[in-house]
Design a protein around this ligand. Sequence first.
Ligand code: ZN
Length: 242
Amino acid sequence: MKTQIEQLQEIIDGSDSIVFFGGAGVSTESGIPDFRSVDGLYNQKYDYPPETIISHSFYMRNKKEFYRFYKDRMLFPDAKPNAAHLKLAELERAGKLKAVVTQNIDGLHQMAGSKEVLELHGSVHRNICLRCGKVYDLKYVIDDPDPVPHCECGGELKPDVVLYEESLDSNVISKTLHYISTCDTLIIGGTSLVVYPAAGFIRSFRGRHLVLINKSATMADDEAELVINKPIGEVFSQIVVR
Ligand code: ZN
């Protein structure tokens, strides 16, 4: 009887057309909590639920409070890629992995060396002036002492992150659908698949191997060839790229 890691290794060995689809669980092992998680201190610090603060209309009417939450709960400038990010980059370099699709906004896949990264929800590493369109990096936003970071032209900055009430970038969606519908192996990790539009993307998969790696059960467990209920970094650290 093969172990689950051995089964995953066999699938990866036999495929040169892998796509990885990842959620918040991929970054938790890098010390980045899901911003939706509400801890004991939360209600003392914020008057609104996270989904309200991270919405387009809230950003437009209260940028100061938006940035207070955003800088406190969504920016982790010292986070480093974990074993999952590093192994995925290695699989891409070996010509086996075609793309990483991520719901995370932390840029850790690129930091690990991945090239083809589709960021469904944008990135904290790009911050755009609402007046002139100039783009600033994360350090600029963190170092700006004002409650609302400003461009040198005086315009206010908005993170290139998809807020609630905003739609996903159609170019990113069509590339994602292309990769998922043409890949041979789809590995989904660190997501319970309840967040739109993850569940819908999986329906376009036509390949041979569907693998789910998540700490808890997901809605697609019945459709998968292999389900591993373990932390994703722990799983990928045991995979050999050859
Ligand atoms: Zn500007």
